[in-house]
Design a protein around this ligand. Structure first.
Ligand code: NAD
Length: 465
């Protein structure tokens, strides 16, 4: 099939590469020329530095049937033969209250409407299915249909095929998805969409209408997000308050019930990334529009607030429980990606922690991340915090000369760093991921003070030292 993707970010580039691996001809368009140049270079190091997703650079390198462009004339040239257009645009939470014409999705849609209405010499004889992959409020596909019609596009279908990829496992997940939700308006478009995903066969497909598809995405993410937040706020907190409880034992016991999923039953300092919180706000927006102020809206708000509160609670425990002051100190910040296996720092807890550390008079932050340190550094370019940030190339370098260390990302390599904590006490380890949970007793025995999510504080009060 001839497929065009609009927006070549985490979703668009992965989706394009996976579709190309199925044998489709794919043209990925993005207005970010730098990003397109990196992806089109087919040089793995350049692609990884742009979007780090295990397996992505290899797919792009090996599939010549995938092309990238930042030039709209290439879309014009292809428009007579396009079967499906996927919209993979950003849908940030702040756009929820903006007029449509100021939202990335509708701006991009209008750009392509101008192109596709001229297809087949303006006759528009070839049917096109325009499919949204972005996470959007329920009813967006319906709105897009009205807009495309107003903009003069004919003989088209609107679909919703929400993306469920997990960053860090995006390629693997897209090649072996749990399900493919296809929201289409009629049988004809359903057939076209099934052809796009034909390598998976019909049993992975959930064929619904576009609004159902939009709702499925918002609700699935809210299930995941609320499980994570509930685990911090109830199981994790209980294990912090009640002496002698082991988070790992409690979690294992609870999740051994076949009805309770293992996923989401971990504790952490924050659930970051560009999706969970944003999509919960999106759901809240939709629910509020239909029902106003209800227990449902309050429940969604509580989950969002519970996530934000978790990060504050974690950071404030340094002051409230350890009586540790960051003023004038040097701290190692280990992990700047919002989670392992990505270089994405959107809504990463490390960004907020760095701001708070600077607000509280930190001298220097030694930053280390195997993939995302550069994106973290860029986030502070030109900002007052920049002068306090030193990017390091290893954990050893980051720990050198520090008074405290914060583990903020669940990179597997951080599970192995216990032997590096050879500093003379007093030293505070803040473990926001329980990466070193197997070593807390031993490290505490060596004189380290330990403040971990899901454990009571282990240490002496710093003010008395
Ligand atoms: N990242 C994820 O893990 C993930 C997972 C599932 C769903 N989603 C959803 O998918 C959507 C895209 O997310 P993402 O992470 O890929 O975002 P992203 O910011 O990484 O990528 C979006 C891309 O769109 C481009 N763009 C913006 N306006 C454009 C325009 N007018 N024309 C062409 N390109 C334009 C940007 O330059 C950017 O490269 C969002 O709705 C998100 O919620 C993301």
């Amino acid at each position: 099939m001839n497929i065009v993707t609009i927006g070549a970010g985490f979703v668009g580039s992965t989706h394009s590469a996976v579709l190309a691996s199925f044998g489709h001809r794919v043209l990925a368009y993005d207005l970010n020329k730098e990003r397109i140049a990196d992806l089109a270079s087919r040089v793995p190091e350049r692609i990884d530095a742009c979007i780090y997703e295990p397996g992505l650079s290899n797919l792009i390198k090996t599939h010549e049937n995938l092309q990238f462009t930042a030039d709209l004339t290439e879309l014009y040239a292809l428009s007579d033969t396009i079967d499906v257009i996927f919209l993979c645009l950003p849908t940030p939470a702040h756009e929820l209250t903006l007029p449509d014409e100021q939202q990335h999705l509708f701006i991009a849609a209008k750009t392509i409407a101008v192109i596709i209405k001229k297809r087949n010499n303006g006759e528009q004889t070839k049917r096109i299915v325009i499919v949204n992959k972005s996470t959007v409020p329920i009813g967006t596909a319906e709105k897009l249909k009205i807009k495309f019609t107003e903009w003069g596009v004919r003989n088209f279908g609107i679909g919703s095929n929400p993306e469920f990829l997990v960053e860090g496992k995006a390629v693997q997940g897209s090649k072996n998805p749990d399900r493919i939700v296809l929201g289409v308006e009629n049988e004809q478009d359903g057939i076209a969409m099934r052809e796009v995903y034909s390598p998976f066969g019909d049993n992975k497909m959930i064929l619904v209408c576009p609004s159902d598809a939009e709702a499925i995405k918002l609700l699935a993410n809210f299930e995941l997000f609320s499980t994570v937040v509930r685990t911090y706020q109830v199981m994790g907190r209980l294990c912090e308050f009640v002496p002698g409880l082991s988070f790992e034992n409690v979690m294992r016991g609870v999740t051994s019930d076949a009805r309770i999923p293992k996923w989401g039953h971990f504790t952490s300092l924050y659930s970051g990334g560009s999706c969970f919180e944003k999509d919960a706000k999106n759901l809240l927006h939709t629910v509020s529009q239909y029902s106003g102020f209800t227990p449902t809206t309050e429940f969604i708000k509580l989950v969002i607030a519970g996530n934000d509160q978790q990060l504050e609670h974690f950071y404030n425990r340094a002051k409230n429980e350890a009586h540790f002051s960051f003023t004038g100190k040097t701290v190692a910040l280990l992990g700047t990606a919002f989670k392992q296996d990505t270089n994405d720092v959107r809504l990463s807890p490390a960004l907020v922690l760095a701001e708070w550390l600077c607000r509280d008079g930190i001298k220097t932050i030694h930053v280390y991340d195997p993939q995302a340190a550069e994106n973290f550094r860029k986030s502070f370019t030109g900002k007052p915090q920049e002068k306090h940030i030193t990017v390091c190339s290893s954990v050893v370098e980051a720990l050198n000369g520090t008074d405290a260390a914060i583990i903020a990302t669940d990179w597997p390599e951080f599970k192995l760093i216990a032997p590096l904590f050879t500093m003379k006490p007093p030293y505070l380890l803040l473990d926001g991921r329980r990466s070193l949970a197997q070593h807390y007793e031993e490290l505490h025995g060596k004189g380290l003070s330990i403040l971990a999510v899901g454990s009571p504080y282990m240490g002496t009060a710093f003010r008395s030292l």
